[in-house]
Ligand binder design. Structure first.
Ligand SMILES: NC(=O)c1ccc[n+]([C@@H]2O[C@H](COP(=O)([O-])OP(=O)(O)OC[C@H]3O[C@@H](n4cnc5c(N)ncnc54)[C@H](O)[C@@H]3O)[C@@H](O)[C@H]2O)c1
Length: 464
C-alpha cells in the first residue's frame, strides 16, 4: 500500500487532489464498517485508494481479514469484496490509534440509533470524534456519513475536536464535512453508482475537495450544499417525506377498509396523475432510517417554541407505530369469522425483516406484532427466509415455509419478501387448520384468495 501523502490534504488545490487520487496516494480510514461503512470502504479501496476499515467488533474485523464477507444480502458485494482483498488495498482493524494517524481522509459511518424514549443516540459518533484530536495527522479531512440532525457538526462535533489539549482549529488543522449516505439496503452497491451524493463542508474548499474525492470513487453527481447542516437537512427531509406519506396512506387504508374501498385500486388510479407519488400502506415503518430520521428532525426542534410546529411528523410517527396493532385487529376479526379467537390460536408469522429481501430486523414492525400476539396468548410460529432456525424476538424460527403454515389457524404476511409473492392462496387453504390469511403488504391477489376459500383480510383492502 502507498504511504499516503504527507501534505496537508485540506490545503491542496483541486488539481493536486486529482493527481493524488489518480496515483492512489490519498489514504482513507472508514470508522464503522457495518451495512453502510463496509461497502463504502470497499468502494474507496476499489478505486485504488489504500483504505483501512476500523470497527470495535473484533469478530467482524477478523472475519473480513480472513477473507470472509459478512454481508450476504447485498447483490455485487461478494465481487467487490473479493477484488479488494485480492488487490490488498483494504484491511480492517479494531485499533483506531493505528489507522487514523496514517490517514488523510477519515470517514465516519457509525450507528446513530435512538434510545427507548426515541431520543437520538449519538454516543458512538461522539466517542470516536473525541478520540480523533490526539490521532489526526495535520490537515486531515473528516467526513461524517452517519445520519445526524442538522447542526450536529457545527454545534457538537467540531468543539469535541477543538476543545482539548491539542488546540486544533477547524478549517486550519483539520476540516470536516458531511456526506450523508442515502443508499437503500438490498441495493447499496448499485445505489452507490447511481444516486447523487449530498455534500456540505465547513467551508467551500472542504466541500470542493470532498466532492472531487467522492466523484472519483463513485462517479456520481455531487450536490454541493452551503454547509453541513443543509446537507443533513436534505437527507432527513427526503426520508421524513416518505414516513409522512406512508402514514397518510395508512390512515386512508383504515378508512377505506370501513368504507368498503380497495386502496390498491385507488393508489393505482392516483398514480396516473403526474404529480402524485405512490406510497403503500403496510404493517409499519421500520429500519435504521425512516423512524429514526423522523425523531432526529423532532429532536432538532427541542426547546423551540411549539417545537418548531412539527405536528405532522409527530402524528405520522403515531400512525405508523400503530399499524402493527391494526394488523392484529384484522387478524382477530378474521379469526372471529372462522369461529376462533386469537387466544390459543396458532399464528404463522411470515417475515421478520423490516423491508423485503434483506436480513435486517432493526425496528421491524414484526416485533410489535409478535409482542401483541404474546400478550394475547397466541401460539406463534415464525418463518423468514433470512432468519431460518434462529431465535428472534424470544421465539424460535422455523426453517421451512410449508411446515410453518401447516395446521396453523392463521397466517400473517408481515414482510414482502420475494419468496412470499409466489405463494398460491390454495397452499394456505390446503395446509392450514383454519384458512385465515392477513396480508399486511398487499402481495396476495384477493380474488384468488377468496376463490381458494380463504378468510382474507388485507390492510386497506375494503370492498374486495
Ligand atoms: N443501513 C441503512 O440502510 C442506512 C442507509 C443510509 C444511512 N445509514 C446511516 O449510516 C450510519 C451507519 O449505519 P449502518 O446501517 O451501517 O450501521 P451498522 O450498525 O450496520 O454499522 C455500524 C458499525 O459501526 C461499528 N461501531 C459502533 N461503535 C463503534 C465505535 N465506537 N468504533 C468503531 N466502530 C463502531 C459497529 O460495530 C458496526 O459494525 C447510520 O448513521 C445510519 O443511519 C444507514
Amino acid at each position: 500500500m502507498s504511504q499516503g501523502i504527507s501534505k496537508n490534504i485540506i490545503s491542496l488545490t483541486i488539481d493536486e487532489i486529482r493527481n493524488y487520487l489518480k496515483s492512489g496516494q490519498i489514504r482513507v480510514s472508514v470508522v464503522g464498517i457495518g451495512r453502510i461503512g463496509l461497502p463504502t470502504a470497499l468502494s474507496f479501496a476499489h478505486s485504488g485508494l489504500p483504505t483501512i476499515g476500523v470497527d470495535i467488533n473484533a469478530k467482524l474485523v477478523q472475519m473480513i481479514n480472513s477473507g470472509n464477507y459478512p454481508i450476504r444480502d447485498e447483490p455485487g458485494f461478494d465481487k467487490i469484496f473479493e477484488d479488494v482483498i485480492k488487490n490488498k488495498t483494504f484491511t480492517a482493524t479494531t485499533d483506531i490509534g493505528e489507522a487514523i494517524p496514517k490517514s488523510n481522509l477519515i470517514i465516519l459511518s457509525l450507528p446513530t440509533p435512538m434510545d427507548k424514549n426515541n431520543i437520538p443516540d449519538y454516543s458512538a459518533l461522539i466517542s470516536v470524534v473525541k478520540s480523533l484530536s490526539k490521532l489526526l495527522k495535520p490537515g486531515s479531512l473528516i467526513v461524517v456519513e452517519s445520519t445526524i440532525e442538522p447542526g450536529f457538526v457545527e454545534n457538537e462535533l467540531i468543539s469535541l475536536i477543538e476543545n482539548n489539549d491539542q488546540k486544533l482549529k477547524a478549517g486550519k488543522d483539520f476540516s470536516i464535512a458531511t456526506c450523508p449516505e442515502t443508499a437503500n439496503p438490498g441495493e447499496i452497491l448499485s445505489d452507490f453508482k447511481k444516486l447523487p451524493r449530498l455534500v456540505g463542508g465547513i467551508d467551500t474548499r472542504t466541500t470542493d475537495i470532498v466532492s472531487e474525492i467522492y466523484a472519483h470513487v463513485f462517479g456520481v453527481e455531487m450536490i454541493k450544499m452551503s454547509d453541513c447542516k443543509t446537507a443533513n437537512a436534505a437527507k432527513l427531509t427526503a426520508n421524513v417525506f416518505r414516513d409522512i406519506n406512508i402514514a397518510f396512506v395508512n390512515e386512508l387504508a383504515i378508512l377505506f377498509e370501513n368504507l368498503g374501498i380497495d386502496i390498491i385500486q385507488v393508489l393505482e388510479a392516483c398514480d396516473k396523475k403526474y404529480n402524485f407519488e405512490t406510497h403503500y400502506p403496510g404493517a409499519g415503518v421500520g429500519g435504521p432510517c425512516l423512524p429514526v430520521n423522523s425523531y432526529q428532525i423532532l429532536n432538532s426542534a427541542r426547546g423551540m417554541e411549539n417545537n418548531g410546529m412539527l405536528r405532522i411528523i409527530r402524528a405520522a410517527r403515531e400512525t405508523n407505530e400503530s399499524m402493527p396493532y391494526h394488523v392484529v385487529e384484522l387478524l382477530a376479526d378474521a379469526l372471529n369469522e372462522a369461529g376462533k379467537s386469537v387466544k390459543g390460536s396458532t399464528i404463522a408469522i411470515l417475515g421478520l425483516s423490516y423491508k423485503p429481501n434483506v436480513r435486517d430486523i432493526q425496528l421491524s414492525p414484526a416485533e410489535a406484532i409478535i409482542k401483541r400476539l404474546d400478550q394475547l396468548d397466541a401460539k406463534i410460529k415464525i418463518y423468514d427466509p433470512y432468519f431460518k432456525s434462529s431465535e428472534i424476538f424470544s421465539h424460535k424460527t422455523e426453517d421451512d415455509l410449508v411446515s410453518t403454515i401447516t395446521n396453523a389457524n392463521a397466517a400473517i404476511i408481515v414482510t414482502a419478501h420475494k419468496e412470499f409473492r409466489s405463494i398460491e392462496p390454495t397452499l394456505f387453504a390446503a395446509k392450514m387448520k383454519t384458512p385465515v390469511l392477513v396480508d399486511a403488504r398487499g402481495l396476495v391477489d384477493v380474488h384468488a384468495a377468496k376463490k381458494a376459500g380463504l378468510i382474507f383480510r388485507g390492510i386497506g383492502r375494503g370492498g374486495v
